[in-house]
Design a protein around this ligand. Structure first.
Ligand code: NDP
Length: 281
């Protein structure tokens, strides 16, 4: 079997075309969606992500504001900046690019963002709503994963989904969203004892650990749907957490890296920003 490709790049560009139209429609009501991105320090990877977000906003017609702060900023100053944006009526979404310096509490920052502007979906109130299945901002990467599965008309209900990785931004929420779609979900992590036995039971396998090509063909059930969230740079090349070349011959669907989950993440951020703007229109 050769797996069909879950092409995130293609779906992302289709969604961005639709977003452009949605933004034009909002403009006719004098509403321009606005996203504020706060970048603290000079981390090169963060700078790249922030630039990509700015560019995507520009292409979609979303107003974006980049606020750069030095590493020396205090927690109080950063929280005050967020508070200012919470009250800025031209801003529908606020995002603080992570990681932030260690002297600032990540949790305090996340909790300072007004839940109705939390387009990353990290605020405890929005996480709680996601858990109870209420309408809310969903975290962008997990949201993108589920959108890809739906686009390919993959049945999620009743399937056994195994999630490898339990971070707050990917593993935990992606499992929750699959549960909301009626999958039976198993979470695994670095302390899981029989990891490879469990991955072999997965109808839908989501891998988000940050270890290059960790999952091979022997870890995957024949016909499984394999979603690789990992982004690792090896010898200047981007590779996922899944050994694409061997797994593609066993899976029914697989995401490539790059061009799979990655392009969906920013797209879902734009979608959340437009959703937020629509609420004020
Ligand atoms: P974290 O480092 O926050 O979490 C990694 C998780 O993987 C942890 O839960 C950890 O377990 C688990 N883990 C690590 N090693 C193993 C192992 N050997 N066996 C089983 N589980 C293991 O990473 P993130 O969730 O933030 O990111 C994961 C990957 O996804 C990274 O490559 C990242 O770059 C990528 N990513 C991609 C995005 C995209 O847009 N495509 C967006 C966000 C992330 P434990 O909790 O026990 O330590």
């Amino acid at each position: 079997m050769t797996a069909l490709l879950l092409n995130g790049k293609e779906l992302a560009s289709k969604k961005r075309e639709q977003l452009k139209k949605d933004v034009e429609q909002l403009a006719s009501k004098q509403v321009v969606p606005g996203l504020a991105v706060i970048l603290v320090g000079e981390d090169p990877a963060s700078q790249t992500y922030v630039r990509a977000k700015e560019k995507a906003c520009e292409q979609a017609g979303i107003h974006s504001v980049l606020i750069k702060k030095p590493n020396t900023i205090t927690e109080e100053e950063l929280l005050a900046e967020i508070e200012r944006l919470n009250h800025d009526s031209s801003i529908d979404g606020i995002l603080v690019q992570l990681p932030i310096p260690e002297h600032i509490s990540e949790q305090a920052v996340i909790e300072k963002i007004a839940p109705n502007k939390d387009v990353d979906g990290f605020h405890p109130i929005n996480i709680g709503k996601m858990m109870t299945g209420e309408d809310t901002f969903l975290p962008c990467t997990p949201f993108g994963v589920v959108e890809m599965l739906k686009e390919a008309e993959i049945d999620i209900a009743g399937k056994h989904a195994v999630v490898v990785g339990r971070s707050n931004i990917v593993g935990k929420p992606v499992g929750q969203l699959l549960l909301n779609e009626n999958a039976t979900v198993t979470y695994t992590h670095s302390r899981t004892k029989n990891l490879r036995e469990l991955t072999n039971l997965a109808d839908i396998l989501i891998v988000a650990i940050g270890k290059p090509e960790f999952v091979g063909a022997e870890d995957v059930k024949e016909g499984a749907v394999v979603v690789d969230v990992g982004i690792n740079r090896v010898d200047g090349k981007l590779v996922g957490d899944v050994d694409f070349d061997s797994v593609k011959d066993k899976a029914s669907y697989i995401t490539p890296v790059p061009g799979g989950v990655g392009p969906m993440t920013i797209t879902m951020l734009l979608e959340n920003t437009v959703l937020s703007a629509r609420k004020r229109s």
